[in-house]
Write a protein that binds this ligand. Structure first.
Ligand SMILES: [Mg+2]
Length: 167
């Protein structure tokens, strides 16, 4: 019942992406949520660290995409220096925009991983689309109020997931 919200891989932050495992699994494209996954939701622009990290991933041969439920202004501003494929109002956990992105990147769903911080939007979306679901801890505990409401429930799901993994 809760499985649809569980991650396939759970990491502390995006700098700990398991690139060796991605290689084994044939992952060629990385789709990132923005808010609290790659940046605090109130950080308007990508910082040097993120710009360098995206450059590094590109050099490794990954196709990259930002996929955010946030608005056009937020997503375009954040993507200004990253200059990658960026999709706003993605409607996660709906899969339509993700499927379009996978098509645009010229990969298959099996070759794609979605990296996000929310189980009810990002992980559920990843499973519905059939891509690898990678959960990160949220970057900071500042959240938009809607997100805040969901966090209590999220923690319950993550706890259940961790209990399962410990068995
Ligand atoms: Mg997020």
């Amino acid at each position: 019942m809760l499985e649809r919200f569980y991650p396939d891989i759970y990491i502390d932050n995006i700098f700990l992406l398991p690139l060796d495992e991605f290689k084994k699994r044939g992952i060629k494209a990385l789709v990132f949520d923005i808010d609290n996954t790659v940046a605090p939701y109130d950080m308007a622009e990508a910082d040097e660290e993120m710009i360098d990290f995206f450059k590094f991933l590109k050099k490794q041969g990954y196709r990259l995409c930002l996929l955010s439920n946030n608005n056009k202004k937020r997503v375009e501003k954040f993507n200004e220096k990253l200059e990658t494929l960026a999709i706003y109002r993605a409607g996660k956990p709906g899969v339509k925009k993700l499927e379009n992105a996978i098509f645009d990147m010229g990969v298959t769903k099996k070759q794609t991983a979605l990296v996000g911080d929310q189980v009810f939007t990002d992980m559920y979306c990843a499973h519905k689309a059939g891509v690898l679901a990678v959960l990160t801890k949220p970057i900071c505990n500042r959240d938009q109020w809607m997100t805040k409401v969901k966090r209590g429930l999220e923690r319950k799901v993550i706890k259940a997931y961790l209990r399962r993994m410990a068995k």
